[in-house]
Design a protein around this ligand. Sequence first.
Ligand SMILES: Nc1ncnc2c1ncn2[C@@H]1O[C@H](COP(=O)(O)OP(=O)(O)OP(=O)(O)O)[C@@H](O)[C@H]1O
Length: 255
Amino acid sequence: MTEAVIDVRDLVTTLGGNSIHRDLNLSVARGEVVALIGGSGSGKSVLLREIIGLLKPQAGRIELFGQSVLDSTPEQMNLLRQRFGVLFQDGALFSSMNVEDNVATPLFEHTDLPHATCRRLARLKLALAGLPPDAAKKRPSELSGGMRKRVALARALALDPELLFLDEPTSGLDPTSARAFDALIRLLADSLGLTVFLVTHDLDTLFSIIDRIIVLSDGRVLGSGTVAELKTIDDPWLRDYFAARVSKGEPPHGN
Ligand SMILES: Nc1ncnc2c1ncn2[C@@H]1O[C@H](COP(=O)(O)OP(=O)(O)OP(=O)(O)O)[C@@H](O)[C@H]1O
């Protein structure tokens, strides 16, 4: 059986008295590019935060690379964090630092490498993320939204992670930049052998680069599969969701 890189079992989350997740189970195998979808407020971002250890659920088990996130000591979690990268929705770049130092920060923090080496590695990651060399010395505010996303992606790749989490990677991008960013994610996943777990509302992303979609509904996983497989599920939200794609003039069949 393929190794599970992410494994979530019997997850229960209650926030502010509201039930968010009810016995949620999901698993992601090494090398998969998986998207998590679900209605607004269905608990996608909360789940992502729980998986990466930023938020504690009320009950359940979360494992990354076979290691329990909820039972890890801060030291163990620190080591685990070096094995995955995260691209937050807003990029979360440091506005006071230039681009190169933004990307080098995880290397400054987690390695004993000289800062000059960290910066050289950061420039390599920037190139990998498709940025021109002259971006390195600029402040994030001097770049376009699409370029800032690429900087955030370069930072997420700084420590050569095996697993990449992306929260709404194409939000705020124009359609051309969004498709280019999709293509970059797929290219990196294939060439670096990354496992990718992303939260998205972007149907084009789902139709173009995703191996498997996991649908969150009513606090649980409603189903999982390709677009074609999900279309066989009789659920009003899913029907409306995919109907939006048809109304955009795209072919109603998927990957
Ligand atoms: N810290 C918090 N305290 C209380 N409630 C919260 C907290 N964080 C999120 N919630 C609630 O949990 C629910 C799920 O939020 P979440 O952000 O995970 O939704 P989502 O599926 O990512 O939605 P969207 O697609 O709109 O981003 C929402 O009702 C939200 O208001």
